[in-house]
Design a protein around this ligand. Structure first.
Ligand code: NAD
Ligand code: GLY
Length: 358
């Protein structure tokens, strides 16, 4: 087992990564506050792993909420069902919520923990690659609104992130690829050497080589933990983690939540950001090709949905959180491994990127 720390002073917490971790009770129970534990999972993950988690929590006063599966259920209505269960069971302020599932379950459970009785403890047990390398770490929690993704939420850090890499055995190939998009993102924004490693090992990752996956997860979490520790509330460098997300969120909203997977939308969005960076002369055209090749090798889409045109992109990008003071700010690339957040791009070139992609 590898353990990393998200260093946030007294709110620091461990990320444990390894196989068979869901069989080691103390890894979770050390981070349970009080006796009351609410496990939140969904109808797909619960049949696979809930029993294991309930065994871990033997001796606690445990209740469960099973939410429907899908991004389209990451809503205030679903959140309310968690509050209903907590109140019906008379959970108090010293309870702990446990998120067992992918990013949807993690984000909504974290938000429930942030709100319930003005904030209670929670633990992340991420079961998708995307959740293991990104969403479970860093304390961004929330739900979607019909007018924009993740528009309602809070920063609320978990007490622990427990990544049992064995849970990936049951994940389908499309979901694995979606997680690889976020892994590739870390190489692009921060670490050219890691990007090279991914180019060399993408076939291993696709074949689910355990060592390669464990290395990719650990390296991704290490980069994310460093960025979150330096800029928890996204006033600076944390925004780099949004590479491809402004384009990607437009795709997710434009096609209807759940049609394109988050990681797929981010993949196409990262290539659009790379294209725009190259149009400014910042990123070499050959590097745009390398990025497209790696994304394709990972099994990810690199072209936006056919039904979306440039005007729709512009409309949807304008409600993204990264719009500050009415100016659109984007994460762009200076090179592979070096990104910047800037509002200083040419609208004409953005239009060209959208016209050529969409
Ligand atoms: P998801 O939670 O919808 O999970 C994907 C699918 O895999 C679901 O059908 C789920 O039931 C299933 N699944 C989960 N674990 C499984 C397993 N072990 N075996 C078989 N099936 C399994 O999607 P996701 O890609 O994990 O997360 C996407 C969400 O994360 C989006 O809502 C996105 O906005 C959010 N996100 C949040 C952050 C953050 O910092 N909070 C970062 C990135 C993404
Ligand atoms: N996934 C973006 C962030 O955590 O900041």
């Amino acid at each position: 087992m590898k353990t990393l720390t998200v260093d946030l002073g007294i709110r620091s917490y461990p990320i444990h990564i390894g196989q068979q971790l869901l069989q080691q009770p103390e890894l979770v129970t050390d981070h349970i506050r009080g006796r009351q534990v609410m496990v939140v999972s969904n109808e797909t993950v619960a049949p696979l792993y809930l029993d294991k988690v309930l065994e871990l929590l033997d001796g606690f006063d445990v209740a469960t909420v099973i939410i429907p599966d899908g991004e389209q259920y990451k809503t205030l209505d679903t959140l309310n069902t968690i509050f209903d269960a907590l109140l019906e069971k008379r959970f108090n302020r010293t309870c702990t919520l446990v998120a067992l599932g992918g990013g949807v379950v993690g984000d909504i459970t974290g938000f429930a923990a942030a709100c319930y009785q003005r904030g209670v403890a929670f633990v992340q047990l991420p079961t998708t690659l995307l959740a293991q390398v990104d969403s479970s770490v860093g304390g961004k929690t929330g739900v979607n609104h019909a007018l924009g993704k993740n528009m309602i939420g809070a920063f609320h850090q978990p007490g622990c992130v427990l990544i049992d890499t064995d849970t990936l055995d049951t994940l389908d190939d499309r979901q694995l690829a979606a997680g690889l998009a976020e892994v590739i993102k870390y190489g692009l924004i921060r670490d050219a050497g890691f990007f090279n490693w991914l180019e060399e090992h993408m076939d291993w990752l696709k074949e689910r080589d355990k060592e390669a996956l464990a290395y990719a997860i650990e390296h991704s979490c290490r980069i994310k933990a460093e960025i979150v520790a330096a800029d928890e509330r996204e006033s600076g460098q944390r925004a780099l983690l949004n590479l491809g997300h402004t384009f990607g969120h437009a795709i997710e909203t434009g096609t209807g939540y759940g049609t394109w997977l988050h990681g797929e939308a981010v993949a196409t969005g990262m290539l659009m950001a790379a294209d725009l960076s190259a149009r400014h002369g910042w990123l070499a055209t050959a590097d745009v090709e390398r990025i497209a090749t790696l994304l394709q090798q990972a099994g990810l889409p690199i072209h936006p949905p056919e039904e979306m045109d440039a005007d729709q992109f512009i409309r949807l990008m304008a409600v993204d959180k990264k719009v500050i003071d009415s100016g659109l700010r984007l994460v762009l690339l200076k090179s592979i491994g070096d990104a910047l957040v800037t509002g200083d791009f040419e609208a004409r070139l953005l239009q060209e990127t959208l016209d050529s992609a969409a």
